[in-house]
Design a binder for this molecule. Structure first.
Ligand SMILES: *[C@@H]1O[C@H](CO)[C@@H](O)[C@H](O)[C@H]1NC(C)=O
Ligand SMILES: *[C@@H]1O[C@H](CO)[C@@H](O)[C@H](O)[C@H]1NC(C)=O
Length: 334
C-alpha cells in the first residue's frame, strides 16, 4: 500500500503504485454466477466446509484453491538461485511479453540461475472464456504462467500473494530467494543477484524492499485504503516492504503461510504480510544502500541512479525497455 495516489491511464492502473488504484469491480459481479467455481474434491470424506463471506475488508482465504496451470519446468527440472515472481492480470499479455523480452529473459546472471514466472487468477468478465483460451496458448509457448482458480481482481491481490507463497513452498525447495515484483517495473537483475550474493545479506528470515516503518491505518472511510478499528485496532501497520517489490529468503513462505492461519487476511497485501512477519517476530531488512528500490523517481533516471537501482517503478513498457537497454551498457556508472 502506498498512500499518495497518482492517476494514470487505464492500462497502467492495474498494478501501478503497488496496485494502489482499485479496479471498479462492479462489472465482474453480474457474470459471477455463470463461471464455474472450482470443482469440489471428490475424494474428500468430510463435507466441504461452509466458507463465510469475507466482508468488505478481508479476502476469501484460505479456501481450497487449486493451480489450474503450472506446467513450468522452473523448480521442477531446474533450481534457480532466485525466482522472479510477477503478479499479473490475465489480460496483460503485452506486459508479459515485454518482460520476457527484457529482464525476464536473463537466465544466467553472475553465474546464478534466474527464472521468471507470472502469477495470476482466473479471468472474470464477459470474455473470460476467450481470455482463458489465450492464456493456455500463451503458456504452451512459454511455460511460465502459474494460475490459481481464485477470481483475479485488484481486490484479490492478497489471495494472489498467498497462493504464490503456496506454490513456492510446494515447488521450490532448492532455491535460495524469490522476489515478488510488479509488472510495471524495471528489475536490474545483476544488481539483485549481486545484493543476494553479498555475504552481508541474510540467508534466512530475510524480507527486504522499500520498507514502510510507520504506515498509518487509514480511518477516513472515503479513502480507498480505509480500515475501521474493528478490523485493525492499532493506529499503524507493522513495518512492511512496499508491495511494488519485496525479496525473501525461501524459508519464509512456509513460516508466513503457517502464521497466516492466525491472522485473517485483509485486502491490503503488503501490509498483511507485515502483520504476519511481526507475529513471527521478524523485522523486515532495510536495503544496504539507498536508491535500490525507487517507487516514485523523477524520470528519466540519471545513469548514476540507474546503475545503483535494483527495482524502478516505470510509467509503462516503453520506459521500462529504455531503462533495460541502458542497464546493458557496461559503461553505466556514477
Ligand atoms: C475474490 O476471489 C474469490 C474466490 O474466487 C471470489 O469469490 C471473489 O468474488 C473475488 N472477489 C473479487 C472482488 O473479485
Ligand atoms: C549515460 O551514459 C551514456 C553512455 O553509457 C552516455 O552516452 C550518456 O550521455 C550518459 N547520460 C548522461 C545523462 O550522463
Amino acid at each position: 500500500m502506498i498512500i499518495f495516489i497518482v492517476y494514470l491511464n487505464f492500462d497502467q492502473t492495474w498494478e501501478i503504485w503497488n496496485n494502489a488504484v482499485r479496479m471498479n469491480i462492479t462489472n465482474f459481479v453480474f457474470l459471477a454466477s455463470q463461471t464455474p467455481e472450482a470443482p469440489l474434491t471428490t475424494i474428500s470424506t468430510t463435507e466441504e466446509p461452509h466458507w463465510e463471506d469475507p466482508g468488505p475488508f478481508h479476502v476469501a482465504y484460505p479456501r481450497n484453491y487449486k493451480f489450474i496451470m503450472d506446467d513450468t519446468p522452473v523448480c521442477k527440472t531446474r533450481d534457480p538461485f532466485v525466482i522472479l515472481m510477477v503478479p499479473v492480470a490475465p489480460g496483460e499479455v503485452k506486459v508479459r511479453d515485454a518482460i520476457r523480452e527484457t529482464w525476464g529473459n536473463e537466465k544466467i546472471v553472475l553465474g546464478q540461475v534466474v527464472d521468471t514466472l507470472f502469477i495470476l487468477g482466473r479471468p472474470g468478465g464477459a470474455d473470460a472464456e476467450q481470455v482463458q483460451e489465450k492464456l493456455q496458448q500463451e503458456n504452451q509457448e512459454h511455460h511460465d504462467l502459474i494460475q490459481s482458480n481464485f477470481r483475479d481482481s485488484y481486490y484479490n491481490l492478497t489471495i494472489k500473494s498467498l497462493v504464490m507463497l503456496e506454490w513456492l513452498v510446494a515447488n521450490c525447495k532448492n532455491s535460495a530467494y524469490f522476489i515478488k515484483i510488479d509488472s510495471d517495473t524495471l528489475l536490474h537483475v545483476p544488481n539483485l543477484v549481486k545484493l543476494l550474493l553479498d555475504p552481508s545479506t541474510a540467508k534466512q528470515n530475510y524480507m527486504s524492499g522499500l520498507v514502510w516503518w510507520h504506515s498509518p491505518v487509514i480511518r477516513d472511510s472515503n479513502n480507498r485504503f480505509f480500515l475501521p478499528p474493528e478490523i485493525i485496532a492499532e493506529p499503524e501497520y507493522p513495518p512492511y516492504p512496499l508491495g511494488m517489490a519485496y525479496v525473501m529468503s525461501l524459508d519464509l513462505p512456509r513460516k508466513l503461510l503457517g502464521i497466516s492461519t492466525q491472522i485473517k487476511p485483509i485486502y491490503i497485501e503488503d501490509a498483511y504480510l507485515g502483520m504476519c512477519l511481526k507475529r513471527l517476530g521478524i523485522s523486515p531488512t532495510e536495503p544496504p544502500a539507498p536508491g535500490m528500490y525507487l517507487v516514485a523517481p523523477t524520470h528519466p533516471l540519471s545513469n548514476c541512479s540507474l546503475s545503483k537501482a535494483v527495482v524502478v517503478m516505470t510509467t509503462g513498457i516503453p520506459l521500462m525497455k529504455n531503462y533495460w537497454e541502458r542497464t546493458k551498457d557496461p559503461d553505466l556508472t556514477c
